[in-house]
Design a protein around this ligand. Sequence first.
Ligand code: PHE
Length: 465
Amino acid sequence: MASRSGFSSRIGFIAAAAGSAVGLGNIWRFPYETAQNGGGAFLLLYLICTFLIGFPIMVGEISLGRNTQTDPFGAYKKAGNKNWGFVGFFGVLCGIMILSFYNVIAGWSLGYFIQIAFGDLLSQADFGAYFGNFVSNEIGSIIVYAILFMLLTAVIVVRGVQDGIETVAKILMPMLFLILVGLIVYALTLPNSGKGLEYYFTPDFSKINIGTINSAMGQAFFSLSLGMGALITYGSYISKKENIISSAAIVTTADMSVAFLAGLLMIPLITFQNPDPDFTSAGPGLVFIVLPEVFASMGPVLGKVIGATFFLLLSVAALTSTISLLEVPSSYLIDEHKVKRPVAVFSLAILIFLLGIPSLLSQGAVPFLTEFVSYGGGPKDFLTVINDIFSEIGLPLGGLLLSIFISTTWKNSKMSEEISSGNSKYIGSGMETFINVTIRYISPILLGLVFITNLLEKLFDVSLF
Ligand code: PHE
């Protein structure tokens, strides 16, 4: 335990955990999920999922990590028993599979940064066509970008928690926030922005169904980095003096704010380009198609500066997340199998990069992977399938199992004891009641429902509602 080097300070942990949370999930995925799923209605569901389920699960993960001082597999074994280890192991597996496709999209962001800053990306006539061509034809380039991104991640993770992870996060997270706000101010002055805002802020309750609830829960878990042990791992690196509740509250709020702001930026941009858009057709290309068009409209110099900065920061946001995704399986190899950090990190990076190749080729390059299987209303590409299994289904399942584990095996009282270190007023407080009631009753019911309906819909193509 003494050899475990951790975060140097509370701010360091918060920056790193917020860095893990804030990523492509907020800026790339949240806006198109919101657009597809009914705008304001989805926003509302997402808020509820985040605070009602996400926040208590985050507290649970951090507490379990700090209590056991080890990787997710070891944490479940130590606080529970051998049989529970598989839950931690499943989390490690989800981390590996999520990183395999996440790194591909992070590579696209890096590619856009390079091609805006040093190439002529912004002088294109049709950004939709450009993006389509980029992901389906420029295979050589996107492989290079994906390799670069994985390498960058590995180089930071290999330096360890403090020198690598913490340092990067502390500088770049505030910058990301500032540039987002700047872009929003610009976007709101564009014609038709009001229409987009109306869609974003007016909840249409008829849009709420099991499908949108599932998406909102999946998005909340993905965005907060929950359900796979990222926060168990980071929690294992913090001191007993730290206040887990307030740290988790800050991380949750930061993550939610960035997602909210990204929606506030992107949705008015959709109406700027088309006053009567079909929001539901928004997809993974959103950030790569609507934003470049706006940057181009700013003129050649300003557009290049702002555009390049934006994609650089998007890459950085992704980087602080890929770091945490790689740290989880690395900590597993280091803690459980006594593998040396450099060996663990670099062999995992190579493995995960290779696992990502089918996802990389599934966006139009290889027809078999582009229309891999069919469910939920149409053919799905390989990347979507992996995302559905390991993040949409896997992460809420991880949260469900964590809740059951805490209530039945580790016990809420043990968790409360852990939380009260660094927060002496916790036991007996309203917060304790809230966390315990959620973990014991609300989260197993809601997450159980999400898991079952998602599984039926995505894997067996059965829709219950
Ligand atoms: N939270 C990250 C994002 O929003 C993704 C992530 C998921 C990171 C799970 C770690 C673990 O982009």
